[in-house]
Design a protein around this ligand. Sequence first.
Ligand SMILES: [Fe+2]
Length: 244
Amino acid sequence: MAGYVDLHCHWLPLVDDGARTISEGLEMLRSLGTLGFARVIATPHMRPGLFDNEANALRTAFATATAAVEAHRAERELPAVELACEHYFDDVVVGRIFRGEALPFPGGRAILLEFYEVDFPLSVDHRLADLRRHGLLPVIAHPERYAVVARDPSILERLLDVGAAALLDTAALVGKYGRGPRRTAERLLDAGLYHGACSDAHRPADVAEVGEGMRVIAQRYGTEEVDFLFREGPTELVAGRLPG
Ligand SMILES: [Fe+2]
Protein backbone atom coordinates (compact mmCIF):
# COMPACT_ATOMS: atom_id res chain seq x y z
CA MET A 1 0.00 0.00 0.00
CA ALA A 2 1.04 3.57 -0.65
CA GLY A 3 0.23 4.55 2.91
CA TYR A 4 -2.58 6.93 2.04
CA VAL A 5 -4.92 8.15 4.77
CA ASP A 6 -8.61 8.76 4.02
CA LEU A 7 -9.88 11.42 6.44
CA HIS A 8 -13.45 11.39 5.21
CA CYS A 9 -15.45 8.30 4.31
CA HIS A 10 -18.98 7.04 4.94
CA TRP A 11 -18.23 3.30 5.01
CA LEU A 12 -19.76 2.77 8.48
CA PRO A 13 -23.16 1.24 7.59
CA LEU A 14 -26.66 2.32 8.61
CA VAL A 15 -25.82 5.56 10.42
CA ASP A 16 -26.34 8.11 7.62
CA ASP A 17 -26.61 8.23 3.82
CA GLY A 18 -23.45 6.14 3.47
CA ALA A 19 -23.08 2.35 3.23
CA ARG A 20 -26.40 0.51 3.56
CA THR A 21 -24.96 -2.82 4.67
CA ILE A 22 -21.74 -4.07 6.23
CA SER A 23 -21.02 -5.77 2.89
CA GLU A 24 -21.09 -2.39 1.16
CA GLY A 25 -18.84 -0.94 3.85
CA LEU A 26 -16.36 -3.81 3.47
CA GLU A 27 -16.42 -3.43 -0.32
CA MET A 28 -15.59 0.27 0.01
CA LEU A 29 -12.70 -0.50 2.36
CA ARG A 30 -11.34 -3.19 0.05
CA SER A 31 -11.46 -0.84 -2.97
CA LEU A 32 -9.86 2.02 -1.01
CA GLY A 33 -7.12 -0.43 0.02
CA THR A 34 -6.55 -1.25 -3.64
CA LEU A 35 -6.07 2.48 -4.34
CA GLY A 36 -3.36 2.62 -1.69
CA PHE A 37 -5.23 3.66 1.45
CA ALA A 38 -3.69 2.08 4.53
CA ARG A 39 -5.93 3.93 6.97
CA VAL A 40 -9.57 4.91 6.50
CA ILE A 41 -11.37 7.03 9.07
CA ALA A 42 -15.13 6.62 9.21
CA THR A 43 -16.79 10.03 9.34
CA PRO A 44 -20.55 9.66 9.61
CA HIS A 45 -22.62 12.84 9.47
CA MET A 46 -23.55 14.56 12.73
CA ARG A 47 -26.21 16.94 11.43
CA PRO A 48 -29.20 17.55 13.76
CA GLY A 49 -32.53 17.19 11.99
CA LEU A 50 -31.06 15.21 9.12
CA PHE A 51 -28.66 12.72 10.70
CA ASP A 52 -29.29 12.73 14.47
CA ASN A 53 -26.07 10.97 15.36
CA GLU A 54 -24.45 11.38 18.76
CA ALA A 55 -20.94 10.29 19.67
CA ASN A 56 -21.76 7.33 21.93
CA ALA A 57 -24.19 5.68 19.50
CA LEU A 58 -21.61 6.07 16.73
CA ARG A 59 -18.95 4.46 18.93
CA THR A 60 -21.26 1.48 19.44
CA ALA A 61 -22.01 1.17 15.70
CA PHE A 62 -18.30 1.45 14.93
CA ALA A 63 -17.40 -1.30 17.44
CA THR A 64 -19.90 -3.66 15.79
CA ALA A 65 -18.66 -2.85 12.29
CA THR A 66 -15.02 -3.13 13.34
CA ALA A 67 -15.63 -6.69 14.52
CA ALA A 68 -16.87 -7.53 11.01
CA VAL A 69 -13.87 -5.78 9.42
CA GLU A 70 -11.45 -7.74 11.60
CA ALA A 71 -13.27 -11.00 10.80
CA HIS A 72 -12.74 -10.35 7.08
CA ARG A 73 -9.19 -9.07 7.36
CA ALA A 74 -7.66 -12.52 7.01
CA GLU A 75 -9.36 -13.27 3.70
CA ARG A 76 -8.71 -9.92 2.02
CA GLU A 77 -6.39 -7.01 2.61
CA LEU A 78 -8.19 -4.16 4.33
CA PRO A 79 -7.02 -0.76 5.59
CA ALA A 80 -6.90 0.05 9.30
CA VAL A 81 -10.15 1.67 10.42
CA GLU A 82 -10.81 4.45 12.92
CA LEU A 83 -13.75 6.63 13.90
CA ALA A 84 -14.38 10.37 13.73
CA CYS A 85 -17.35 12.36 12.49
CA GLU A 86 -18.38 14.93 9.88
CA HIS A 87 -19.69 17.73 12.09
CA TYR A 88 -22.29 20.07 10.63
CA PHE A 89 -21.37 23.54 11.84
CA ASP A 90 -24.57 24.65 13.59
CA ASP A 91 -25.07 25.88 17.17
CA VAL A 92 -26.05 22.43 18.49
CA VAL A 93 -22.99 20.68 17.10
CA VAL A 94 -20.60 23.52 17.93
CA GLY A 95 -21.87 23.32 21.53
CA ARG A 96 -21.10 19.60 21.57
CA ILE A 97 -17.60 20.25 20.25
CA PHE A 98 -16.79 22.68 23.06
CA ARG A 99 -18.31 20.34 25.68
CA GLY A 100 -16.19 17.42 24.47
CA GLU A 101 -19.22 15.55 23.09
CA ALA A 102 -18.04 15.49 19.49
CA LEU A 103 -15.84 13.02 17.62
CA PRO A 104 -12.60 14.69 16.52
CA PHE A 105 -10.02 12.77 14.53
CA PRO A 106 -8.11 10.10 16.49
CA GLY A 107 -5.83 11.80 18.99
CA GLY A 108 -8.32 14.64 19.49
CA ARG A 109 -6.22 17.36 17.81
CA ALA A 110 -8.22 18.04 14.62
CA ILE A 111 -11.89 17.96 13.69
CA LEU A 112 -13.82 17.57 10.42
CA LEU A 113 -16.44 20.26 9.74
CA GLU A 114 -19.05 20.69 7.02
CA PHE A 115 -21.10 23.82 6.41
CA TYR A 116 -24.43 24.92 5.00
CA GLU A 117 -24.13 24.53 1.23
CA VAL A 118 -24.98 28.11 0.29
CA ASP A 119 -23.25 30.36 2.78
CA PHE A 120 -20.92 30.31 5.76
CA PRO A 121 -22.37 31.36 9.14
CA LEU A 122 -21.77 34.86 10.46
CA SER A 123 -18.36 35.42 12.04
CA VAL A 124 -17.23 31.98 10.85
CA ASP A 125 -13.59 33.09 10.93
CA HIS A 126 -13.85 34.08 14.61
CA ARG A 127 -15.61 30.82 15.45
CA LEU A 128 -12.89 28.77 13.75
CA ALA A 129 -10.28 30.79 15.60
CA ASP A 130 -12.13 29.89 18.85
CA LEU A 131 -11.77 26.22 17.93
CA ARG A 132 -8.04 26.73 17.39
CA ARG A 133 -7.75 28.31 20.85
CA HIS A 134 -9.70 25.31 22.17
CA GLY A 135 -6.87 23.11 20.84
CA LEU A 136 -8.59 21.77 17.73
CA LEU A 137 -7.49 22.18 14.12
CA PRO A 138 -10.66 22.74 12.03
CA VAL A 139 -10.62 20.73 8.78
CA ILE A 140 -13.12 22.11 6.26
CA ALA A 141 -14.79 19.34 4.22
CA HIS A 142 -15.23 19.84 0.47
CA PRO A 143 -14.82 23.64 0.23
CA GLU A 144 -15.24 23.32 -3.56
CA ARG A 145 -18.91 22.48 -3.05
CA TYR A 146 -19.90 25.66 -1.19
CA ALA A 147 -21.51 28.32 -3.36
CA VAL A 148 -19.84 31.08 -1.36
CA VAL A 149 -16.35 29.70 -2.15
CA ALA A 150 -17.21 29.26 -5.83
CA ARG A 151 -18.18 32.94 -5.99
CA ASP A 152 -15.08 34.12 -4.19
CA PRO A 153 -12.25 31.73 -3.27
CA SER A 154 -10.62 34.46 -1.17
CA ILE A 155 -13.30 33.71 1.46
CA LEU A 156 -11.69 30.30 1.92
CA GLU A 157 -8.26 31.93 2.17
CA ARG A 158 -9.59 34.05 5.04
CA LEU A 159 -10.55 30.88 6.92
CA LEU A 160 -7.19 29.29 6.20
CA ASP A 161 -5.52 32.45 7.53
CA VAL A 162 -7.05 31.82 10.98
CA GLY A 163 -5.56 28.34 10.95
CA ALA A 164 -8.19 26.11 9.36
CA ALA A 165 -7.37 23.41 6.80
CA ALA A 166 -9.09 22.55 3.50
CA LEU A 167 -9.85 18.97 2.42
CA LEU A 168 -10.60 18.19 -1.23
CA ASP A 169 -13.35 15.73 -2.16
CA THR A 170 -11.36 14.01 -4.90
CA ALA A 171 -14.37 12.99 -7.01
CA ALA A 172 -15.20 16.67 -7.56
CA LEU A 173 -12.32 16.64 -10.09
CA VAL A 174 -14.17 14.17 -12.31
CA GLY A 175 -17.45 16.04 -12.22
CA LYS A 176 -19.33 14.06 -9.55
CA TYR A 177 -20.99 17.27 -8.32
CA GLY A 178 -21.20 19.07 -11.66
CA ARG A 179 -19.15 21.64 -13.50
CA GLY A 180 -19.17 24.34 -10.82
CA PRO A 181 -17.54 22.32 -8.01
CA ARG A 182 -15.16 20.77 -10.55
CA ARG A 183 -13.96 24.17 -11.72
CA THR A 184 -13.71 25.46 -8.15
CA ALA A 185 -11.70 22.39 -7.12
CA GLU A 186 -9.30 23.02 -10.01
CA ARG A 187 -8.93 26.68 -9.01
CA LEU A 188 -8.26 25.79 -5.38
CA LEU A 189 -5.74 23.12 -6.42
CA ASP A 190 -4.00 25.56 -8.78
CA ALA A 191 -3.82 28.04 -5.89
CA GLY A 192 -2.33 25.37 -3.59
CA LEU A 193 -5.06 25.87 -1.00
CA TYR A 194 -5.73 22.21 -0.13
CA HIS A 195 -4.03 20.53 2.83
CA GLY A 196 -5.25 17.08 1.88
CA ALA A 197 -7.75 15.08 -0.17
CA CYS A 198 -10.27 12.40 0.76
CA SER A 199 -12.77 9.97 -0.75
CA ASP A 200 -16.01 11.16 0.91
CA ALA A 201 -17.25 7.83 -0.50
CA HIS A 202 -20.84 6.86 0.33
CA ARG A 203 -21.12 3.77 -1.91
CA PRO A 204 -18.71 1.22 -3.38
CA ALA A 205 -19.10 2.82 -6.83
CA ASP A 206 -17.86 6.16 -5.45
CA VAL A 207 -14.40 4.69 -4.89
CA ALA A 208 -13.85 4.24 -8.65
CA GLU A 209 -14.41 8.00 -9.09
CA VAL A 210 -11.87 8.66 -6.35
CA GLY A 211 -9.37 6.57 -8.34
CA GLU A 212 -10.13 8.61 -11.46
CA GLY A 213 -9.65 11.83 -9.49
CA MET A 214 -6.29 10.59 -8.21
CA ARG A 215 -5.20 9.96 -11.80
CA VAL A 216 -6.27 13.50 -12.77
CA ILE A 217 -4.15 14.92 -9.94
CA ALA A 218 -1.17 12.77 -11.00
CA GLN A 219 -1.46 13.88 -14.64
CA ARG A 220 -1.90 17.59 -13.94
CA TYR A 221 0.16 18.10 -10.81
CA GLY A 222 2.46 15.05 -10.63
CA THR A 223 2.79 12.06 -8.35
CA GLU A 224 4.39 14.15 -5.59
CA GLU A 225 1.14 16.08 -5.30
CA VAL A 226 -0.77 12.79 -4.97
CA ASP A 227 1.56 11.76 -2.15
CA PHE A 228 1.11 15.14 -0.47
CA LEU A 229 -2.69 15.20 -0.72
CA PHE A 230 -3.33 11.59 0.29
CA ARG A 231 -0.46 10.74 2.67
CA GLU A 232 1.63 13.63 4.00
CA GLY A 233 -1.19 16.17 4.32
CA PRO A 234 -3.76 13.93 6.06
CA THR A 235 -1.09 12.46 8.35
CA GLU A 236 -0.11 15.96 9.50
CA LEU A 237 -3.73 17.06 9.91
CA VAL A 238 -4.58 14.13 12.19
CA ALA A 239 -1.58 15.13 14.30
CA GLY A 240 -3.09 18.61 14.58
CA ARG A 241 -0.49 20.26 12.34
CA LEU A 242 -0.98 22.23 9.15
CA PRO A 243 1.14 20.53 6.43
CA GLY A 244 3.33 22.26 3.90
FE1 LIG B 1 -19.13 13.46 3.80
